[in-house]
Design a protein around this ligand. Structure first.
Ligand code: ZN
Length: 310
């Protein structure tokens, strides 16, 4: 075999180095423009939710951010063949999940793990944290979740207690009070997503997801909500996490438990048109993608005395 010249050896090494860099950056946008590339994945929800409606509103509000370029990816319908569902995460900065449905293939699951673990961003919205109970990597990425087989031995619950995040090992499965207006309290005012938001604000007609469980690793609680069990059924009385920052490998995840809509709702559904939901989704998506937030806080952001709905 002919011995390669030093120039050829160097060229081969350069190609190998280039390829390894491309592989490492497979989920981060490498285009020359400054747009944040957002992939919104949806397509399935349980009978309690309405993915067509929630994803339409999320797409509208994400696309309203001038620096975002949004691509919506719709999975096969519930019960259909998922073997060819292979979203291509290449070139995207952040994957926003509005998906509560059938399992993905192992290849698609590991592609998302590599994307986020390698430094990409992810956002989990409301009932997405009901999905994929038996996918360990997903549970690490969302920190905590509910339903979907998440039984009492699934991991700790987390809540805000006496000035910090505490783990709870006590029994009790996920629940939520009936939807109502409730106060969301900021717990990490210096976090880029939260910086400049009020200490508390009134969120419109939503479910307080409660007793979520999971690995709860690398979680920072950004905001909480609570309801009094003497006043409303199925309230826990705990300060339940509503907004969270989770780290997974080199990646950032923004987890919002807000954003309920059901089959009977329409485009005016309050929880998803609440300015508090919209703005935290927009800011959380930018932060997950880039680690910073450049968006100004709009003048119609709610205070603690009244809801603000668009
Ligand atoms: Zn819900």
């Amino acid at each position: 075999m002919k011995k390669a010249s030093p120039i050829l050896k160097a060229a081969r090494w350069s190609v190998a180095a280039f390829l390894s860099v491309v592989m490492l950056c497979s989920c981060a946008s490498n285009s020359s423009d400054s747009k944040v590339k957002v992939m919104l994945i949806t397509g399935q929800s349980s009978k309690h939710h309405n993915w067509e409606l929630s994803s339409a509103l999320m797409e509208k509000y994400l696309a309203a951010v001038s620096q975002f370029e949004v691509t919506k990816v719709v999975s096969p319908a519930q019960g259909e063949d998922m073997s060819n569902f292979k979203p291509d995460f290449d070139g995207y900065d952040v994957v926003v999940l509005d998906y509560e449905g059938d399992a993905w293939t192992d290849a698609t699951k590991s592609a998302l793990e590599s994307c986020v673990g390698g430094g990409g961003g992810m956002v989990s919205v409301h009932a997405t944290n009901n999905a994929f109970g038996d996918w360990p990597g997903f549970n690490e990425m969302i920190g905590v979740g509910g339903w979907g087989g998440r039984t009492d031995d699934f991991g700790p619950k987390i809540h805000w207690f006496e000035g910090g995040m505490k783990l709870l090992q006590t029994p009790g499965s996920a629940t939520h009070p009936a939807k109502h207006d409730f106060e969301v309290v900021t717990r990490a005012p210096e976090h880029p997503i939260m910086k400049g938001l009020p200490e508390s604000w009134l969120h419109a007609n939503d479910e307080i997801y409660s007793r979520l469980r999971g690995p709860a690793k690398n979680v920072t609680i950004l905001a909480t909500a609570s309801a009094d069990p003497d006043e409303i059924a199925r309230a826990t009385g705990n300060n339940e996490p509503m907004l969270m920052d989770i780290r997974y490998g080199k990646g950032r995840i923004f987890h919002t438990t807000l954003g309920h809509c059901n089959k009977n709702d329409d485009l005016n559904v309050k929880a998803l048109n609440c300015v508090g939901f919209i703005v935290t989704l927009q800011r959380g998506t930018e932060w997950a993608a880039t680690g910073a937030v450049t968006q100004a806080i709009p003048g119609d952001f709610p205070g603690s005395d009244a809801v603000s709905v668009r």
